[in-house]
Unconditional design. Sequence first.
Length: 368
Amino acid sequence: MKFCKRYEDYIQGRREKELPAVGLKKLKKTLMRCRREFQSQNLHQDGGEGDGSKYNGNCAEQNTLRSIRREAIFSGVVLPAHPTSLLSAFEFCCFIMSVHVCDGTFFPSLLKEMSAVVGCFNQRAQKLLELHLASGFHKYIMWFRGKSSQDHGAMIQEGKDLVAYAIINSIAMRKILKKYDKIHYSNRGQAFKSKALSMHIEILQSPWLCELMAFYINMRQGKTKNKAIVRLSGDCSLTFDDDGKPALSCGLFDSMKVEIDLTCSICLDTVFDPVALTCGHLFCYMCCCSAASVTIVDGLKAASPKAKCPLCRHEGVHAGAVHLDELNILLSHSCPDYWEKRLRTEREERVRQAKEHWQSLSRAFMGM
């Protein structure tokens, strides 16, 4: 079954949940219309043979082709190795113009749909994990207010559906952008994907995906012995390489495997008290505070808007940082010896920083 049909069936099966989706069929129609318009231009160069022979035009024609090549480069269009043996200069012009026309409908539509998908995923995942991590009394209040009527098993199923939703939409975006580049001989699809990463609307970049995967494994390793729950989380696992470095792994749909490295790129050790910046990169909380030149007392919200991610160097990524509580629980259970050692070290450093902070406030208050 082709992916587009499979994707449509997946969305139809979850229509009652009112989940936003990528309009694959509509976007493919836009691309096919662009391809048909291009193929309808049947003009050929008098000097071209159409069989790969090299084009030999006059100076004026060659100058025109050079101008078209410059326009193609500016537009992000990758021309064939011997385009002039296959297409006329006029066809090139029509093709490049069709790229701009297609862009006016294709990319804005895809951007809007991607934003809706990521927003819905983040909201639902946050609500689910908030309910799971709530204390007894807080959880009772949330249930009483009607925030959730789900039982334990339904929460697991909701989490599983959200992970599948994230991965299949990521595949949909990757495939439609690949098709765009194939039809237009361009790299604009990949450029759009890079732009989506910088705008934080790439769904695999969401910290809530990491939290949901950890949520599965925690429930499997928890007190419950329900085999159905174990089966639901069978595709998500915490793995360790030969050096003992951990990673979250999940394989669903179309043989796509998602792996999230759990090594802090600052201390080069397993993330402790992990936090995810809005760019999607994970760090130890204390390492991240140190890199942002803030104390753990003030926290990452006090970081300068110009502070950059230590890994990708994007600015303004600290204000919306997310503490990964489910991942913290998972790693503390999976690496108890390492966790205990880091806990002692971190406690000493946190006490030292807190002491210095309050001493600084006391001196300021006393006018010293």
